[in-house]
Design a protein around this ligand. Structure first.
Ligand SMILES: C[S@@+](CC[C@H](N)C(=O)[O-])C[C@H]1O[C@@H](n2cnc3c(N)ncnc32)[C@H](O)[C@@H]1O
Length: 233
């Protein structure tokens, strides 16, 4: 059954028009955007990650964030998006405070979280994932001071062919556009981060700052890690 919600909300850059809408489908709240359907599913993401039995000491994202087995780590995911990176952080054993400033993306995330709460499998993660609507720069000092790492994955031009394979990211790209304020978010993060800031970049992209402490390479992604003392405090 297709029940179209005429929510009359607009996204940062692109109004939701007739052919672009939010609807409730069997899977959950779904964004139909340029004929792509996007519905986030935290449970299958988490299950897929847990099946991989990642060696945390070898995973570029975990290493950049400072996640080590047996040590509590809390991450502020300042750009939650589809929640995929947040779910990976949970699978690595970290706790996450996640911010998403776009209302439509947030609605999709919130519905994915609501559905996850109904599944027993999610119980161990329930208190480890906190989702907020709003700009991460409005995070309270009690939140920033409880996170060792701030993680940023700004919007950047993604190669069309690869993006189409990742339909969520492609739809988000079309919906949100390139915000272009990733650097401001980065400088804010350097000022408030307790320990480190990690920026996700395409593997060949320019560094935001030359004083990067370490870079961790994935297949097509680079995680630039900055130890925050001395840089902007
Ligand atoms: C490239 S996507 C992030 C993808 C994400 N890492 C994932 O796993 O899907 C960037 C997202 O961050 C959000 N965003 C950008 N700047 C933000 C800010 N200052 N505060 C909160 N959300 C922000 C955008 O609305 C967008 O949904």
């Amino acid at each position: 059954m297709r029940s179209c919600l005429d929510l009359q909300i607009t996204s940062a850059h692109c109004p939701i028009e007739d052919k672009n809408y939010l609807t409730f489908e069997e899977e959950g709240l779904t964004l139909v955007f340029n004929e792509m359907r996007v519905c986030f599913d935290f449970i299958s993401l988490l299950k897929r990650h847990l099946k991989q039995h990642y060696a945390i000491t070898k995973e570029p994202l975990a290493k950049s964030l400072g996640i080590k087995g047996g040590k509590e780590r809390t991450i502020l995911d300042a750009t939650c998006g589809t929640g995929a990176d947040s779910m990976l952080m949970l699978a690595f054993g970290a706790s996450v405070f996640a911010y998403e400033r776009d209302q439509i993306v947030y609605a999709l995330l919130l519905d994915a979280l609501r559905r996850a709460f109904l599944v027993e499998f999610f119980l161990p993660f329930k208190d480890k994932f906190n989702l907020f609507l709003g700009d991460a720069r409005n995070a309270t000092s009690s939140i920033t001071s409880s996170c060792q790492t701030i993680y940023i994955d700004p919007m950047y031009e993604i190669e069309k062919r690869k993006a189409r394979q990742k339909k969520e990211m492609f739809a988000l790209d079309g919906l949100l556009g390139k915000a272009g304020d990733g650097e401001e978010l980065f400088h804010w993060a350097l000022r408030v981060a307790k320990e480190r800031v990690v920026v996700k970049r395409p593997i060949k992209a320019k560094k935001i700052l030359d004083q990067v402490t370490a870079s961790y390479l994935g297949k097509s992604t680079r995680y630039d890690m900055y130890i925050s003392h001395n840089l902007e405090k």
